[in-house]
Design a protein. Sequence first.
Length: 481
Amino acid sequence: MSEGSVQHQQPAVPVLEEQQLDEFLGAVPERGQWRYRPRRVGMVWRSKAFRAGALITVLALCGLVILALVRQQTGTEGFLVGLGLAVLPVPLLMSAFRWLDRVEPGPWRNLLFAFAWGACAAALVAIIANSFATRWIATATADPASADTLGATVVAPVVEESAKAVAILLIFLFRRRHFSGIVDGVVIAGFTATGFAFTENILYLGNAFGEDQQLGTSGFASVTVGTFFVRVVMSPFAHPLFTVLSGIAFGIAAAGGPRHRVRRVVLPVLGLACAIGMHALWNGSSSFGQYGFYVVYGAFMVPCFGLVTWLAVWSRQRELRTLSTELPVYAAAGWLTPAEPLALASMRARGMARDMARHWNGRPDRARGKEAARTVAEYESFATSLAMLRRRARHDGAGPDFAVREQELLHHLWHRRDIAAPALTYAARATGRLRAVPRPPSLPRQFTPGSGHPQQLPAPHRHYGGYNPYLDDGGRRPPPG
């Protein structure tokens, strides 16, 4: 969107309490300047493209190696059966964690990296390290049975949880902009563990199928059905639950800000220790007697799963409350309409705003509707990031990049407000969060993708009773200043 399409002057940026005005005010940089990076001649490794290519290459090589190892252990037929059964819980788990991340959704590239790391790199490290450690213990003790037990209850939890935690650590260190709290830690840990469990399930289910082939068993009495029931039906969230403890610790450390350096180091270590302990208890449950597994499952795993689920949902609701607390200052300054903080703090209103943008035309154009809905979704995401940024700055002090990041987010909002602000205002009224009666339109308008501003349209969408939110005065009046 060009500067000429902005029809009124941008309002001043609201200043944090106890901060000097000169620290934060200034002209919003041009869009082309945001992505500028000085060119470093002879330093290829500093290129984002080079680092991304190297990472993809490493993960691809790990995937090929793990594929060969699993196929070698299960056989081709067992591998295909294990793959077909292991993939069944993956969409469910990914959808659950993505639903949790709807308030401030992180980029898919981070989540896909986490899944690939768990499925390829972490699984490869676990297979190699666990096999080596178990053989070494068996040779040193001359007791293969105790070596297997010790490997499952001590070695495997340490190796597997540490390998999975590396993905969380990498995103925590190099993608800090997208790692701001507990929900982000839970989602990233969940995707990592889902990938790891996917590869592990292929191995276990493939071996079970091979055992059934040797014994000639089939049906409900087969080892494959029993393994599928235990690993996929009863405990699909087992690995995610372990690793989520590490993710929660990283999330608390991320929310603490750079001032709490000790907490940023100690908490992830404690979270990893808790993940290892829970994993060890789960793996060792079969050694507690005939009903040890069911006791651990019912008395410990299920309550822990419920507690972690409650914490994740509570954290998500807390993010929504942050929107209603932090964004009104921008509404008072003229960057947002008064109704927008109310709508942005409600998942129902946010979804209604996107739906409104997608369907307002009396003769629907799918391309235009999709583009408009995407614009509203981007606006909601940027507004959420802005609220989280301001909350961290108020609680932990404004960092050196606060002003630049705040202006960048406000710039994104400003160039999408012609589409998003009226839709959110309508959603706030339609959901009862803003007590007002919509006024009928006098001049319907429509958004053209790529133009950055509404254009005239013959008639409003009849689905909304003749009311066109793009004529509502919310977002159309020039803000103060």
